[in-house]
Design a protein around this ligand. Structure first.
Ligand SMILES: [Zn+2]
Ligand SMILES: [Zn+2]
Length: 253
């Protein structure tokens, strides 16, 4: 079973939220044999979303389950705002993503020189602490792109195991699901988030997974999720998580 829970209908406000703009996303989802598609736009565009469109879209595409989520930026101090966002609509799920370290949007191309200001291992510690903090809020059933910090090729000096293992058990305790986000293959790092080596550690730590493309354009919907699933199976996974009505289910793959 193939799914994609991380689709940005609006991209980075590239387009209007309309049925006409959404239809190509569903056509691609069907072409790539997805059984579920989850729309999760960035929370900063919340006011531009018309959730009624998804009901209309579901009627037009009865063969695929359409889920509605949101990708919420996590940073300390935003908790009250996040709670408000979370309850502003009966979302099927939301994604908690760390894109910021303090005011620095570290995954933005124009800000990438700021990596030089850091000891990379310290930066990984700082980043992973924020990921754990996000997971511990209990507000996010799904955590976005676990090793996003590598986007421009900045890997830790320590091994992957040394860097991530201290956090994976804590993450498991929170009950969050990790996404296999195929967009990493289209970034300078050219690697799945999380890296296959990290995914094996996630499996050992008993962390559940799901599949996502992080599509910002229709043609990217479900891109390479089959390839990601094959890597997950190789790591030992036999189930993926699905999200609906605020609940998480696990299905055999
Ligand atoms: Zn993201
Ligand atoms: Zn995203």
């Amino acid at each position: 079973m193939l799914v994609d829970y991380h689709v940005h209908a609006l991209g980075h406000a590239h387009r209007e939220h309309s049925l006409e703009e959404l239809i190509p996303f569903l056509d691609v989802a069907l072409k790539r044999n997805l059984q579920e598609i989850g729309f999760a736009d960035h929370d900063r565009y919340l006011d531009s979303l018309n959730f009624n469109l998804y009901k209309e879209l579901q009627e037009l595409y009865p063969k695929i389950n359409i889920r509605v989520g949101l990708e919420i930026d996590y940073y300390p101090g935003k908790l009250e705002e996040i709670k408000k966002i979370r309850t502003s609509h009966p979302f099927d799920y939301v994604i908690g993503s760390v894109h910021y370290i303090d005011e620095w949007m570290f995954d933005a191309d124009k800000e990438k020189q700021r990596f030089e200001e850091w000891d990379i291992d310290e930066l990984y510690t700082r980043y992973l602490s924020l990921v754990i903090e996000a997971a511990n809020t209990g507000l996010f059933p799904l955590i976005g792109h676990l090793d996003l910090l590598k986007i421009f090729g900045n890997r830790p000096k320590k091994s992957i195991a040394e860097t991530f293992n201290p956090y994976l058990r804590d993450l498991e305790k929170t009950g969050v699901v990790i996404e296999l986000n195929t967009n990493g293959w289209y970034k300078p790092i050219n690697e799945l988030y999380p890296a296959p080596e990290l995914l094996e550690l996630c499996f050992q730590a008993n962390l559940p997974i799901t599949l996502s493309s992080d599509a910002h354009h229709a043609e990217q919907v479900g891109r390479d999720v089959d390839k990601a699933l094959a890597i997950a199976k190789k790591a030992g996974y036999t189930k993926i998580a699905t999200f609906g009505n605020g609940k998480v289910n696990y299905i055999n793959v």
